[in-house]
Design a protein around this ligand. Structure first.
Ligand SMILES: [Fe+2]
Length: 449
């Protein structure tokens, strides 16, 4: 896929157009070759679309400094309309709205872009990223369906459709879409990702792990996010197979350290290390290493999803920056309300309460957050971190009846996950059902598979 699949790039120089094109191709195919778009801006400073993509590249760092770096390019893209196409003008407007944090305008422009320029998979994918950050899977699917007509033979498109279908629990359709993507391109990394989610949801960890291990060599050409995140999914499968050592090895080799300052890597690493701990693994000095680089960010508040993961890392390492980050989240909650107040703040305070050993307070706080947690964005699999932390404090607080309800639903969804059975053993003990506790102990025992 090249950007000008039916869309011209209005650059004055061939080299500039080629670099714009490379960015578009890399972005849509989860590739790493994104930075040349910064050179495209140098080659042809009058090219609006190059500026718009350069602004996107800065924003994808998801740092507090990103809007200031992106803004000059976004403004240039808005200004350089003379030789721009209508698609390029709308792209500039959508990216500028992102830089300025105007979420309703971002949503409206991406809906319009998908309807008017369905062949523009760059903007389809970016629009989906925005919707994912709001936990809006129906919005993600709507964008994909609007773009269906011209993309029947494009592997990337089917992968972009498969993931929201999976998150909407439309699993058979998601399987068909991921299968179509892989038929067109067996190395489509976002389709591998959709399969990882499908296997996770269906509780088929062994099959998922084998599939991802087979696919993994093809992720070397991928950008830091997709490479990290697909390996992260493989580590989750290993944990469901009770292979804590295997998950730790993946943490050390792939999940942590390849892009140590990148927020999404830090978040994924924190999410994996908590799960490893909850399943009895020894993190050693890993929290200290991770928290040191998280602390270097300072409090950012770019996305509630990222903040909560940063907070987990800081708090697990016992760093004072955890309290400062929670204070910042409290300020956002007070000033903006919404998901910051309903989900992020009580979760943050719950994480801190858990780490100071107050399970009862942590359970009360996290219970308040749970119904609205989808609003922090990310996938079900990612947010399951907070469900697992909630279960942990429910059990520690002696709220066995509530833990039992949630745990048996987990066990039904993933009958092979021995960790769940072991948690249930303690819960049934607490509920005065020793026979059932013994059965769960037996189910939870056995060598790692
Ligand atoms: Fe995922």
């Amino acid at each position: 896929v090249r950007r000008p699949r039916g869309l011209a790039v209005s650059s004055a120089s061939d080299a500039g157009a080629e670099r714009v094109d490379r960015f578009a191709h890399a972005f849509v195919s989860c590739g790493a070759d994104l930075a040349p778009v910064l050179q495209a801006v140098e080659d042809d400073p009058g090219c609006g679309i190059a500026h718009a993509y350069a602004a996107m590249l800065h924003m994808f760092a998801e740092t507090a400094a990103a809007p200031a770096l992106a803004r000059p390019h976004a403004h240039a893209a808005l200004r350089l309309t003379e030789r721009a196409t209508e698609n390029e003008r709308m792209t500039a407007a959508a990216v500028a709205a992102w830089v300025e944090g105007d979420a309703p305008r971002v949503r409206a422009l991406h809906d319009e872009l998908a309807a008017r320029f369905p062949e523009d998979l760059v903007m389809l994918k970016l629009g989906q990223v925005h919707r994912l950050n709001e936990g809006d899977y129906a919005g993600m699917l709507r964008l994909a369906e609007a773009a269906a007509a011209p993309n029947g033979d494009v592997a990337h498109f089917h992968a972009l459709r498969a993931f929201p279908l999976e998150q909407l629990h439309l699993l058979e359709e998601a399987e068909a879409a991921a299968g179509r993507a892989l038929e067109l391109d067996p190395d489509e990394p976002w389709a591998h990702h959709a399969v990882a989610h499908l296997m996770d949801t269906r509780g088929r960890a062994a099959e998922g792990a084998a599939f991802l291990e087979d696919a993994a060599p093809s992720w070397e050409r991928c950008n830091a996010f997709v490479r990290h995140h697909n390996w992260w999914h493989l580590a989750l499968h290993r944990l469901d197979l009770d292979d804590v050592a295997g998950a730790l090895a993946l943490y050390d080799r792939e999940v942590r350290g390849r892009a140590p300052d990148y927020g999404q890597e830090q978040a994924g690493a924190a999410a994996l290390l908590v799960r490893i701990e909850l399943q009895g693994g020894d993190p050693g000095a890993r929290w200290e290493e991770l928290a040191a680089s998280v602390a270097a960010r300072g409090p950012e508040h770019v996305l509630a999803f990222l903040d909560l993961h940063y907070l987990v890392a800081l708090s697990r390492a016992g760093r004072p920056e955890a309290a400062a980050l929670a204070d910042g989240i409290a300020r956002r909650a007070r000033d903006e309300g919404g998901v910051w107040a309903d989900a992020a703040l009580p979760t943050a305070l719950g994480v801190l309460a858990r780490d100071r050993g107050d399970a009862a307070a942590a359970a009360d706080l996290m219970e308040r957050a749970m119904p609205r947690l989808a609003g922090i964005g990310g996938s079900h699999a990612q947010r399951d971190l907070f469900e697992q932390l909630f279960l942990d404090v429910l059990i520690r607080a002696g709220r066995h009846a509530e833990a039992q309800q949630r745990l048996e639903l987990r066990r039904r969804a993933k009958p092979g996950a021995r960790h769940t059975a072991r948690l249930l053993a303690g819960v049934y003990e607490g509920l005065g059902l020793p026979g059932r506790a013994e059965a769960m102990r037996r189910e939870g025992a056995g060598a790692p598979r």
